[in-house]
Ligand binder design. Structure first.
Ligand code: ZN
Length: 453
């Protein structure tokens, strides 16, 4: 096979770059699938989906006519659901066993985007701690010329000197303003770079950090962001902080409230202000999950998400022993998860606006792709049905990001979807049994056992 375009295509594949013209004007028909469309509607059996280029153009019954010349894919017995969307992850912070801003290289971010995609997460919001590499890659991700998930981001974000976030990053990956005036200037810089959101941190990490952001600074951040037509997502832990931020107009709570049960005043305020809530249930569990359940490491679904040095560390008896020895911390984390689950269910039942995220990529223990599947399971532990959990991770997560082109499988939407061997509405564990992932109308990967992290 010798032709100019083939050579270009082969080179592009070798570089992990998708030729933009490759997907154009192909018609694909998926036959006889069980369709979960992302809206919370129960699965529809024997569905036909027509895909042209990057979009779905028709959804109908099995009897629907197949366009002439279309490529037909038989999905009898399989389930199709929208690609997952993480509203809270971090790109370029973790490589192997370390979290460090120096890991924000093109190659490392591409590696993570490919991993997210292979695990069915086709859109990722990198919620803060992003440096210049983010802006180098975002246009390529949006244009479809970069392999892996589509990416959005919250620029550097606003922390506080001596306080949150307690991470090792470069000066161009995080602001720590002293005054409201500085904070406003920082927000204007992020607006000039066309950030997707503004992030701030309000927490003392269980009292371990001496400094907290002052109300004057976070009010200035929210006010200036709104003046720049940007929305603000805030890292929180405590109910009192969450209440103040909601009253002061924050748009998104980037974590669940985990210190105590939410009360009616908070629920009412969330609804009056239309504030979004990202529970990140798996965050607190991540500290102890692999130490308590080492058998997880033997599951191919987990093993293929772990870079070799990380897998080696998690499998080591020394690491396990040292982690389990921090029993007071584990008890706190376990209680935080239980409170988070309770609050999520309470807010969900009250009709709150709930997104989907995991904080994957913030530490090596929050593993891209795996974390999102774990989060779906934890949402069902909290009392949601599998269908409700999937709706949060698809339609609702897209809504939080203001993306109307994805999150739902319907005519006009992007053909971003996961093909599963079984029906996850019967057992949420079936979301792990990935047969294939399609992104922008193309099959981009198969079972995760073919993925090398
Ligand atoms: Zn985070």
């Amino acid at each position: 096979m010798r032709c100019g375009m083939c050579a270009v295509a082969a080179l592009a594949l070798a570089l992990g770059v998708i030729p933009a013209a490759a997907a154009a004007s192909t018609v694909t028909v998926l036959k006889d699938a069980r369709l979960i469309d992302g809206t919370g509607t129960p699965p529809r059996e024997h569905t036909t989906l027509v895909i042209e280029g990057e979009r779905i153009t028709a959804v109908g019954p099995a009897s629907m006519a197949t366009p002439a010349g279309a490529q037909v894919v038989d999905l009898a017995g399989k389930t199709v659901m929208p690609g997952l969307i993480s509203d809270h992850s971090h790109l370029g912070l973790v490589d192997g066993t370390r979290a460090d801003g120096a890991n924000a290289t093109v190659a490392n971010i591409e590696r993570q985007l490919r991993q997210f995609e292979a695990y069915g997460v086709t859109t990722v919001m990198s919620l803060g701690l992003n440096g210049p590499v983010f802006y180098q890659l975002r246009p390529q991700a949006h244009a479809g010329t970069l392999a892996g998930s589509d990416m959005f981001g919250a620029d550097r974000g606003i922390g506080v000197e001596g306080g949150a976030p307690p991470v090792k990053v470069q000066p161009d990956q995080l602001y720590r303003p002293d005054t409201p005036e500085q904070a406003r200037q920082d927000v204007r810089e992020m607006a000039a770079r066309h950030t997707d959101l503004v992030k701030l941190w309000l927490d003392d990490f269980h009292g371990t950090l001496p400094a907290r952001m002052s109300p004057e600074v976070y009010k200035a951040v929210i006010d200036e962001a709104h003046a720049q037509h940007l929305r603000v997502a805030a890292h929180v832990y405590y109910l009192e902080d969450a209440k103040r931020l909601v009253a002061d107009g924050v748009d998104i709570l980037a974590h669940g409230v985990r210190d105590r049960p939410v009360d009616q005043a908070f629920i009412d305020a969330m609804k009056v202000h239309g504030t979004w809530y990202i529970p990140t249930l798996g965050l607190d569990e991540s500290f102890y999950l692999f130490a308590e359940q080492p058998q997880l490491l033997d599951q191919p679904f987990v093993a293929h998400a772990l870079q070799p040095p990380l897998r080696q560390q998690l499998a080591s008896p020394d690491w396990r022993q040292a982690t389990l020895a921090k029993s007071a911390d584990i008890a706190t984390n376990r209680q935080s998860l239980a409170t988070n689950e309770h609050n999520l269910k309470t807010l969900y039942d009250a009709g709150g606006k709930i997104g989907f995220g995991t904080d994957s990529g913030a530490t090596p223990l929050r593993v891209p792709g795996f974390a999102e599947h774990r989060e779906l399971k934890l949402l069902t532990d909290a009392g949601l049905t599998p269908l409700q959990a999937i709706q949060l991770a698809t339609q609702s997560a897209a809504g939080l990001l203001g993306l109307s082109d994805r999150g739902v499988l319907a005519p006009g939407k992007r053909a971003d979807f996961v093909v599963l061997a079984d029906d996850p509405t019967q057992d949420i564990g079936a979301v792990d049994r990935i047969d294939a992932v399609w992104h922008r109308g193309r099959e981009v990967s198969g079972a995760v056992t073919a993925f090398q992290p």
